[in-house]
Design a protein around this ligand. Sequence first.
Ligand SMILES: Nc1ncnc2c1ncn2[C@@H]1O[C@H](COP(=O)(O)OP(=O)(O)OP(=O)(O)O)[C@@H](O)[C@H]1O
Ligand SMILES: [Mg+2]
Length: 232
Amino acid sequence: MFLTTSDLRKGYGQGAARSEVLKGVSLSLDAGQLGVILGPSGSGKSTLMNIIGGVDRADSGQVEVDGLALAELGDAALANYRRDKLGFVFQFYNLIPNLTAAENVEVAAHIASDPLGVGEALAAVGLDGRERSFPKELSGGEQQRVAIARAIVKRPKLLLCDEPTGALDFETSRGVLELLQSVNQEYGATVLMITHNTAIGGLGDAVFRLRDGQIVETLHNAERMPAERIEW
Ligand SMILES: Nc1ncnc2c1ncn2[C@@H]1O[C@H](COP(=O)(O)OP(=O)(O)OP(=O)(O)O)[C@@H](O)[C@H]1O
Ligand SMILES: [Mg+2]
């Protein structure tokens, strides 16, 4: 398995104010698979993804990615893990507003050991010609595509996407899903995507349903639904 979490637990707060957000989450994905985490608001999806992404640490349990046990890594090694193995796409893009599209992608390429070209990454998301545009000059879908270019320019082994279509309309969402599907198939990145949209589950090899901090169902799709056929 390329990615495994075993009995992950995470809570916030102390004493009576303590709440358990992840209550023993176990999931796994093979290299090259596309996984979907499906669950309602507040179920712990982002908390789980942030732990897998080495942005946050679990209270107990294990995360293993590509042979690395994250709990055993110190802060510097965890930073290297994020730099070397991960691309991260956020719900609200998180682009740097005073940098152009190309410069936003360049920032990520700069820290990677074997990046794609910035132009190649922007072309892969269909944004050739928009290199010099600033985020405020781009539509939401275009900004999300820049964010995906920024994530894939590093050639990450693992691409984590937290509600990548959460702020987009249907047609634009489908374009973003097609793009993530092609990153998975053409660049071979293992992709783990969060959504609360059940229709998107069909896209994945594996679908993990999270409810109140627990995986209540794991589905394996014998055949993935192509993004261009997804409807909602
Ligand atoms: N840093 C934090 N401190 C305290 N509570 C937190 C923190 N981060 C998350 N929580 C709580 O953990 C629960 C799960 O949050 P999380 O962001 O993981 O949910 P989610 O499934 O991603 O929801 P959404 O679909 O709305 O993004 C929520 O009740 C949230 O308030
Ligand atoms: Mg969330």
